[in-house]
Ligand binder design. Sequence first.
Ligand SMILES: NC(=O)c1ccc[n+]([C@@H]2O[C@H](COP(=O)([O-])OP(=O)(O)OC[C@H]3O[C@@H](n4cnc5c(N)ncnc54)[C@H](OP(=O)(O)O)[C@@H]3O)[C@@H](O)[C@H]2O)c1
Length: 275
Amino acid sequence: MSNRVSIVTGATGEIGRVVAEDVVRQGKHLVIACRSLAKSKVLLGELKSAYPQSEIEYITLDLADKRSIKKFAETIQQKCYIVDELVCNAGILCQYESQNKDDIDMSMAVNYLGNVRLIELLERSLAHDARIINMVPSIRWGSISGDPFHPEDKFHRFRRYANSKLALYAYTQHLARKYDNSAISVYAVDPGLVDTMMITKGRWFEGIADIFLKPFVRTPEKGAETTLYLLSNRPQTTGMAYYDCKIMQFPSDMYTREEWTELWNNTQKYLTEII
Ligand SMILES: NC(=O)c1ccc[n+]([C@@H]2O[C@H](COP(=O)([O-])OP(=O)(O)OC[C@H]3O[C@@H](n4cnc5c(N)ncnc54)[C@H](OP(=O)(O)O)[C@@H]3O)[C@@H](O)[C@H]2O)c1
């Protein structure tokens, strides 16, 4: 087995599955990083029967749980794997107000802090020219000011989602600055509005909105296209957001440097917690 791996989080989801299958099709060693053991087993079985020679395994990862993330990163290290590709695809659109075990808003816990913790803990396992992809929708109305880990405003699923994804976008830019003098590339990907469990089960769009939005909703294959493009090409423009395989300019005033500094200082307190 090769010790060079491609990790896809949320591979049991619909966009993630397309990405995972493409990784396997290209003969890369795939690590399915998902919270559901049962779904991971099913996915592994399906991919193995379609690609019998493939190198695939699953390692459980719950991004809402810091212990699970630590255990995942330790397993990667113990196996002496070198991470060529890290596709941070897992994400949630919470339907109800909820927090993780550490009392952190669930959207922030999974979409932001869980990804940050994962990437930071995997740092020593990254290949010198690794690629990291974060899934970030076009967030025009999120906010990272104050304490987004413990929001006090009335719950609104899109606002919480947008805040957590804006935080992830700001972290993506932070990572790109950090790896500026290295061969590591970091990208943000907006897959567009994609017909997946996230928007259907979650009643993302409904009623009259359904009628208007349906023509613009993409298949998971289309939604995965930009991620697959970035995995097979290596654009120099690291730290940028991509949509339809092209750079998408986010407004520069979505967050201020002071807001990011405050968020990053708070984040580091969580990251340095002894587990
Ligand atoms: N669909 C869209 O329109 C759209 C638009 C913009 C961005 N995105 C982003 O694209 C990514 C993929 O979404 P999708 O549309 O393919 O949704 P999906 O089908 O619902 O897949 C989401 C995946 O994330 C996993 N996940 C959720 N919570 C997790 C946790 N705590 N720990 C580990 N994994 C967890 C899910 O696992 P389970 O299978 O166990 O639930 C699932 O595998 C997400 O980051 C999403 O925010 C989607």
